[in-house]
Design a protein around this ligand. Structure first.
Ligand code: UTP
Length: 275
């Protein structure tokens, strides 16, 4: 199983530190945020992880690649515990790296993974977001493998934030324990936002996409067909809507919380939970 971790964004909300340190490399304890994300992918069964980078984010590559020279120094010094910690990132999975030539949005970053993925369902995990509690990814991968439908994780969204996120509508599906989606809107006004309904048809609070996706390979032609939108960016939600129409789509509510560390406040909140 393969996973894609887009990590090429500018990180403008984290300037000035993101000028030299990628936001995905900011620490929660002794590990950077992206380590937790890779760990989650590995635990869900992903053996090959592709990280989408840009040239100024080489430290991410260095972090996940083995370093035999320093490993030998630690081994010779008998520093067994330190050696295990030093090796731990590279041991999570087989890592692969690709460079996004222009920051044309999340849809463009995912599109670059086409040749790496081939013809199987795959996971996408936003590299600047950590999930607490049970990850939904393993179940999402299983459901997509069994049904041929893609799947996105969902989190209840406060009304005042609806206009900032992708919002899903759909109905509870007893067989999968998930929601069968029937609508997706990127950054809608609250009144126009689609809603989930429970098994009795009761309308729930708005639910936003929550940084974890499992796609069938049909996402690639759907992305190719997406015209660039605002700022030349390719919106992942547009291609997801094509899949919703053509194949169907599931939503998996999070058991825990999504910690978005793409901004300083989010990192502080995450650090309080992790340290
Ligand atoms: P964000 O939109 O939160 O990241 O994308 P950003 O563009 O870095 O944010 P700001 O607004 O400038 O602060 C979510 C994830 O998608 C990646 C980011 O690195 C992040 O992990 N991403 C985003 C890409 O890989 N490529 C892009 O073109 C945009």
């Amino acid at each position: 199983m393969k996973a894609v971790l887009p990590a090429a964004g500018w990180g403008t909300r984290f300037l000035p530190i993101s000028k030299a340190v990628p936001k995905e490399m900011l620490p929660l304890g002794a590990k950077p945020v992206i380590h937790y994300v890779a760990e989650e992918a590995a635990l869900a069964g992903c053996t090959d992880i592709l990280i989408i980078l840009n040239q100024s984010k080489e430290s991410i590559r260095r972090y996940f690649e083995p370093d035999p020279v320093f490993e030998e120094i630690l081994a010779k010094a008998g520093k067994t515990k330190e050696l295990a910690a030093f090796r731990s990132p590279a041991e999570l999975a087989r890592f692969h790296f690709l460079y996004q030539p222009e920051m044309r949005g999340l849809g463009d970053a995912v599109r670059l993974a086409k040749d790496f993925i081939g013809d199987e369902p795959f996971a996408v995990l936003l590299a600047d977001t950590v999930i607490t509690g049970q990850s939904p990814l393993g179940h999402m991968l299983q459901v997509t493998a069994e049904t041929g439908r893609s799947c996105v994780s969902l989190e209840q969204c406060p009304p005042e934030r609806v206009s900032r996120y992708g919002i899903a509508g759909g109905v509870a599906d007893a067989a999968s324990g998930l929601y069968r989606l029937d609508a997706m809107e990127e950054k809608p006004a609250l009144e126009a936002a689609p809603r989930l309904r429970d098994a009795q048809g009761a309308v729930l609070a708005p639910h936003a996409f929550a940084a974890r996706y499992v796609f069938t390979p049909a996402i690639f032609p759907a992305l190719e067909a997406c015209p660039p939108g605002r700022n030349g960016e390719i919106q992942l939600t547009d291609a997801m809507r094509t899949l919703l129409r053509e194949q169907g789509f599931y939503g998996a509510p999070l058991a825990g919380k999504r910690l978005d560390i793409g901004n300083p406040q989010g990192l502080l909140e995450a650090a309080a939970l992790f340290c």
